[in-house]
Write a protein that binds this ligand. Structure first.
Ligand code: F6R
Length: 620
């Protein structure tokens, strides 16, 4: 995800900001930029690529606050961007500015209502220079400072007009000693120094200068001056904030205080889903997928068949997509692992939409399957997490997931964001084809928007409970996973997570198939994980659970909160919040990720770098 750094104090800001960006590089980015204020003027330099490109662009500067060594700026903001809205270009890199170049902002996250704001601001004469959603913030703030408000009041006013999931920091040429930040769900932290202060999206950015930290909470504005920091609500009510002394080393800091990247990424899943769906569900009564390259509404409306190709966890996300597209949009969907599809001389061609799912956008088998389909006349859509990756360059259109860089080898936050993207596609197809009643569509969009909050609450609550289950089972040699319908891909994904990070043998089966063979594996020692969330097939799943129990196996069930039946048939139950049954998979996978995680950690294993596996290179 993007990185924010801000500095105000007595020292030269440029070096401090660049060093801060360097500490956030691990988050992944495709472009970077910096704005510095001196002599009543803000200069900005941005560059595509890594920080060496930004340093080179800075070195080429020809005067002004950015390049002048004689009169260094002591206030500035900087940013590393992971593209979501708009391509990877210098214009789209942050900081963004207003038309008069007086207000500069760096922004993380998504502004859901940017389109309507942009139209309004353009009509009022604002000149936009980028394709990003973030730029509206600079124009909004400048609109208010232009009416005589100071930067703090202007940020508060702008904040009240914004919808979405974001954090930003603003700098105004009129005040050389002030940074104002705002947070709506995305992280923002303050580093407290003596006569100097730091603002950043994560602690590592300023850990070299201070360990004294204050957290900006949700829906808060922070006013940062060299000699002090104030917190307030968007309505101007002042807030007290404790100072925290962090004792993290650099490595812990990179992991945001978590013991591993995988755990950090599990905790980032609410953000990943929120960013993936944000503006796309903003309308409330339907889905806006935005630009899908050459794939327009007419094509989607007329599509004859959908074929989904992917590998590993992305394949499991595709399976959830198959169920939801067929259920909602009534389009036939075929699904295959890409390494099989590409070698089976598939029958595919014009009228088919082939969806290649790949978080990295670089997986060779998925790319080959997509190319083959394209050669045979199909339309190809990539569902990818990395802008500029091969899959995004070769497809007719791209639907981006917005999970940010995933460092842990096991897919977690990229998986849930892929599932969310497939829901978006399913609902959009249903909307275009009129296969869902408008009230049902509105209801599903509303329930989709509940997911980030439910994920957050679930992770908070489930960790200790899952750790206790892991404590009981970490020595077991084999686990069977069972599920039906949308529970099946989650069983497959749970089994994959456990085997890849804990090296325990697992099998995952469609629960109805169990009696045709795998039941022979069961004895009283076998843990059997059953995805038994509420759905029209729950009764069937419960019959399968009874068959398992009759063999004395130990049943660990994933059930929906409020369900009283499943507990009577299971030895242990892990509950997930209630939502539409088609949307349960995103919630049901979380206890299974945590179970795999805690078992692997209990076995003393390195979950971020499991043996024999490597993450596909995601950033060139
Ligand atoms: C499992 C995992 C892999 C990937 C697979 C596809 O945790 O990470 O199974 O899902 O290698 O990778 P992408 O999505 O990059 O094509």
């Amino acid at each position: 995800m993007c990185g924010i750094v801000g500095y105000v104090g007595a020292r030269e800001a440029r070096g401090i900001l660049l060093a801060g960006l360097g500490q956030l590089e691990y988050r992944g980015y495709d472009s970077a930029g910096i704005s510095l204020l001196a002599d009543g003027r803000i200069d900005s330099v941005r560059a595509v690529g890594n920080l060496s490109h930004l340093r080179a662009a800075l070195a080429e500067g020809d005067g002004g606050a950015v390049a002048t060594q004689a009169r260094p700026a002591t206030i500035g903001i900087a940013h590393t961007r992971w593209a979501t809205h708009g391509r990877v270009t210098e214009e789209n890199a942050h900081p963004h500015t207003d038309t008069g170049d007086r207000v500069h902002v760096v922004v993380n996250g998504i502004v859901e209502n940017f389109l309507e704001l942009r139209q309004r601001l353009e009509a009022a004469g604002c000149v936009f220079r980028s394709e990003t959603d973030a730029e509206v913030i600079a124009h909004l703030i400048a609109g208010h400072t232009g009416e005589g408000e100071d930067l703090t009041a202007a940020v508060r006013a702008a904040y009240r007009e914004l919808r979405g999931h974001f954090a930003f920091v603003a700098l105004c040429a009129d005040d050389p000693e002030l940074l104002v930040g705002a947070r709506k769900e995305c992280p923002l932290v303050v580093g407290r120094g003596d006569g100097e202060q730091f603002l950043a999206s994560a602690v590592p950015a300023f850990l070299a200068y201070t360990r004294r930290v204050q957290l900006v909470e949700n829906d808060e504005i922070v006013i940062v001056r060299p000699d002090g920091v104030e917190f307030m609500t968007a309505d101007g009510e002042r807030l007290e904030r404790d100072l925290i002394e962090v004792d993290w080393d650099a490595e812990t800091a990179e992991k945001g205080g978590y013991e591993t990247f995988m755990l950090k990424e599990i905790h980032e899943q609410a953000d990943a889903v929120a960013e993936t769906i944000a503006d796309r569900t903003a309308r409330g009564d339907g889905i806006d997928l935005g630009e899908l390259g050459a794939i327009d509404d007419e094509l989607l409306r007329g599509v004859r068949r959908i074929v989904i190709v992917a590998c590993g966890s992305s394949y499991h996300a595709g399976l959830v997509g198959r169920y939801s597209i067929e259920e909602w949009a009534r389009v036939p969907v075929e699904m295959d692992v890409a390494s099989e599809y590409r070698y089976r001389n598939p029958v595919v061609g014009s009228g088919d939409l082939v969806v290649g799912i790949s978080q990295s956008g670089e997986t060779a088998d998925t790319l080959a399957a997509m190319r083959l389909a394209r050669e045979r006349g199909a339309t190809v859509l990539a569902v990818a997490n990395v802008m500029g990756s091969q899959a995004t360059r070769e497809a007719h259109g791209v639907l981006f997931t917005r999970a940010g860089l995933e460092i842990g080898v096991a897919a977690t936050k990229t998986f849930v964001s892929q599932v969310a993207a497939m829901y978006l596609l399913g609902l959009r197809l249903a909307e275009l084809r009129g296969t869902l009643a408008p009230e049902r569509l509105t209801e599903l969009v509303g329930q989709l928007k509940q997911l980030p909050h439910q994920i957050d609450a679930l992770i908070e609550r489930a960790e200790a409970q899952v750790a206790a289950v892991a404590e009981e089972h970490w020595r077991d040699q084999f686990f069977l996973y069972l599920g039906r319908h949308v529970g099946l891909p989650i069983a497959l994904e749970g089994a994959l997570k456990l085997k890849e990070i804990s090296y325990i043998a697992t099998d995952a089966y469609a629960a109805g198939e169990m009696k045709h063979g795998p039941i022979a594996l069961l004895d009283e020692r076998t843990p059997v994980v059953c995805v038994a969330t509420d759905s029209p097939v729950l009764e069937k799943v419960i019959s399968n659970v009874q068959e398992v129990r009759a063999r004395g196996a130990h049943v660990i069930a994933i059930a929906t909160e409020g369900n009283a039946t499943v507990a009577a048939h299971a030895d242990q139950v892990l509950y997930v919040p209630s939502n539409d049954w088609m949307l349960q998979p995103i919630l049901a996978v979380i206890p299974l990720q945590l179970l795999a995680y805690h078992i692997a950690r209990r076995r003393g294993l390195d979950v971020d770098q499991p043996r024999n596996l490597a993450k596909t290179v995601t950033v060139e």
